[in-house]
Design a protein around this ligand. Structure first.
Ligand code: WT7
Length: 669
């Protein structure tokens, strides 16, 4: 990992941000958690965090068999929560609401072309059961892995819930990922079945999902026995007899009831691949009981869910946000959610605000990159829509810059709505740090403080806790929490080394009864009021439009091209995406210049886009004869970052193996 470098200026800017926005009195008056309640919850958790979570698990979830062991830390950091309890996630998200909320809309879906479909809890139950029975008829049993590769349509949630219902572990692959990424994930999970669609619509283009599936499965992926295809676009597709099955045919005659499969709380509900510092994404494995508890209580607390709310989280189900705050958390609370298939600019940049207006959205949760893109379009656009139903705004995925926060507050929130800036990760399963909208005064750009039951600290490079406020360093979580990842699928060593070994061997720490530190990979600053400011990743992970991308993954995609000998990828600040991608490339043969360089650069950008997916497409490619390396052969990424930003080089280049290369990298030689 890098040192918490480059953070000094960030710390300066966060220190300069001292505006404080107390929770609006009217909101606080009706909130599920006001400041008094928050203080009580914190005190309870502080006193005994294990009992704190046990009580919530008993009160908030329905168990088939109650648990007697709350936290089993005998194999820490492979913690187990509620391990002798039996539960079903789909039962908790659907069945338990049927008697009281059966006719309440669970999902309001809007397609990009404008089609709208509403599913009540009863209808959702029937659809989930039918698909669950269909999957069973294709031989899927508890413990099997199912890959889901769908557009942002209600069927994505139905598919996830159907897997949960029968105890199959799902792995959702973002519909924007390429055939190759899909293949890696199918093989990584040795999935038996894949659920996809003929296509979807995004940004007025048809996304040909089935075509990518056929490509991914061609000549490999022997594990997949069946492909269930949902008809969304109706456009012609290739068909493999004996393997492909239409969703509508599979479910047509299936029964609309399906007894939930009661699983152990630790049963893996899903895995979700995410990027790390190596070239290979890792399958983050989540549990059933603990994960659901985190999803449930954070949805309730952070979004202050009330019965009349209409909750819209704009994330894709392909990311953890879409799992926790679309497919599971809000439904577990019996809420109504909005799902939208398409892009924010289609047909025009008013689309998000029109959806808020048309469906009476009360809680809106999106990413800073979307806020910045929409802000750039001007405030007259949202002003055309009736946003009066909105009562709470949220942000997630990357640090939100104070300018974007203020625009959100002023233009969308009319200076009245609270904003929750929620910090969490694929690995944490649910929000760990966030304001509670009826209790916490907010500061633009800060995710404020850990939720009750979560214990965060800042440590220095040796892992020593930095006491008191006004501290900067590595962000760590010092006690386990129910929705934490359980392992990296098929690679527990990687789980131990990535998250628990930065400050010494976790197994030794366990044996010596010393606390284990979960290393988030972010650097953070805690200000004089004890508020946290996330400064960014400290590993070689980029946040491009809120999406996590490993520089090593982009590098290996580049070197797969026949002309590329070596590549180094770094991030550079980008006005809308937060971070953009710059690649330094050494070619086989002559370094291309002029027109040839332009053409090859275009080709390489397309090549990466094709092999990983459009989100990984580099913004810029620079050709060079060599990369700046230390005498021990390490690429000086920090120097490359400065070069990519066109900054003056202040670092010491005297230790470089090849100091002359700097001018060439900067395009001056
Ligand atoms: C990384 C996790 C959490 C769901 C979406 C992203 C960054 C996330 C915030 C925030 C500052 C944030 C961190 C984190 N991040 N939320 N509110 N403020 N940074 O999940 O893809 O697993 O990425 O996103 O760097 O480590 P993810």
């Amino acid at each position: 990992m890098n040192k918490p470098e480059g953070t000094a200026s960030n710390i300066q800017s966060t220190l300069a941000e001292n505006r404080l926005f107390p929770p609006p009195a009217e909101f606080a008056g009706k909130a599920r958690i006001d400041s008094k309640r928050l203080t009580e919850l914190r005190a309870e958790a502080e006193k005994d965090f294990v009992s704190f979570w046990a009580k919530l698990a008993r009160e908030e979830l329905n168990w088939k068999q109650p648990f007697s062991v709350t936290l089993d830390d005998s194999k820490a950091p492979n913690y187990r929560w509620f391990s002798d309890g039996k539960i079903n996630v789909s039962y908790n998200c659907i069945d338990r609401h049927l008697a009281t909320h059966g006719d309440k809309p669970a999902i309001i879906f809007e397609g990009e072309p404008g089609d709208v479909a509403t599913l009540t809890y009863k209808q959702l139950h029937a659809e989930v059961c039918k698909l669950a029975n269909g999957l069973k008829s294709l031989g899927v049993v508890k413990g099997d892995r199912v890959v889901i590769y769908l557009p942002m349509i209600a069927q994505a949630v139905i598919a996830m819930q159907a897997c949960a219902r029968i105890g199959a572990t799902h792995s959702v692959v973002f519909g924007g990922f390429s055939a190759q990424s899909l293949r890696d994930r199918i093989e990584g999970a040795s999935a038996k079945l894949l659920i996809t669609a003929d296509g979807g619509t995004r940004g007025a283009h048809v996304v040909e999902l089935k075509k990518a599936v056929d490509e991914a499965l061609a000549g490999g992926c022997k594990c997949i026995e069946s492909v269930v295809v949902y008809k969304r676009t109706g456009k012609p597709i290739e068909w493999t007899r004996g393997r492909d099955v239409w969703w509508h045919e599979l479910t047509e005659k299936a029964s609309a009831t399906c007894e939930p499969e009661w699983v152990d709380a630790e049963h893996p509900l899903f895995m979700l691949y995410t990027s790390g510092s190596t070239g290979k994404p890792k399958g983050i494995q989540h549990s059933s009981g603990g994960y659901l508890l985190g999803a449930h209580v954070t949805s309730k607390w952070v979004f202050d869910l009330h019965d009349a709310d209409v909750f819209w989280c704009t994330a894709d189900v392909g990311w953890i946000t879409g799992h926790t705050y679309i497919a599971y958390g809000p439904l577990s609370n019996g809420a109504t959610i909005v799902m939208y298939e398409g892009g924010p600019m289609t047909p025009d940049p008013g689309r998000f605000w029109k959806i808020c207006q048309d469906h009476g959205v009360t809680i809106f949760y999106t990413a800073p990159t979307a806020i910045r893109a929409l802000a750039k379009m001007g405030e007259q656009i949202p002003k055309r829509y009736d946003l009066s139903k909105l009562r709470l705004l949220g942000s997630v995925g990357e640090p939100i810059n104070p300018e974007a926060w203020m625009w959100y507050h002023r233009v969308i929130g009319k200076e009245k709505l609270p904003i929750v800036d929620t910090w969490w990760q694929t690995e944490t399963g649910a929000i760990l740090m966030s304001p509670l909208p009826g209790a916490t005064a907010t500061k633009p750009g800060s995710c404020t403080q850990p939720l009750p039951g979560i214990f965060a600290e800042i440590v220095d490079e040796a892992g020593n806790l930095i006491q008191g406020n006004d501290a900067g360093g590595y962000l760590v979580i010092t006690r386990p929490w129910p929705s934490m990842l359980r392992t990296v699928y098929g690679d527990n060593e990687r789980y131990l080394s990535t998250y628990w070994s930065q400050f010494g061997d976790p197994l030794t720490a366990r044996a010596e009864k010393r606390p284990l530190l979960y290393v988030a990979g972010d650097s953070a600053h805690r200000d004089k009021d004890g508020y946290y400011w996330i400064l960014g990743r400290m590993d070689d992970v980029l946040k491009v439009a809120g999406h996590r991308l490993g520089t090593a993954e982009v590098e290996s995609a580049l070197v797969a091209h026949p002309r590329v000998a070596e590549a180094a990828v770094v991030g550079r600040p980008h006005e809308i995406k937060g971070e953009g991608i710059v690649a330094f490339v050494i070619c086989k043969g002559e370094r291309p210049t002029g027109k040839e360089a332009e053409a090859l650069s275009r080709e390489l950008r397309e090549f990466v886009s094709k092999s990983m997916g459009p989100i990984a497409k580099p913004d810029e490619i620079r050709f060079t004869d060599a990369l700046p390396k230390t005498r021990s052969g390490k690429i000086m990424r920090r120097l490359l970052r400065s070069v990519a930003k066109d900054e003056e080089i202040t670092q010491d280049v005297s230790t470089l193996e090849n100091p002359g290369i700097v001018d060439q990298l900067r395009g001056r030689a």
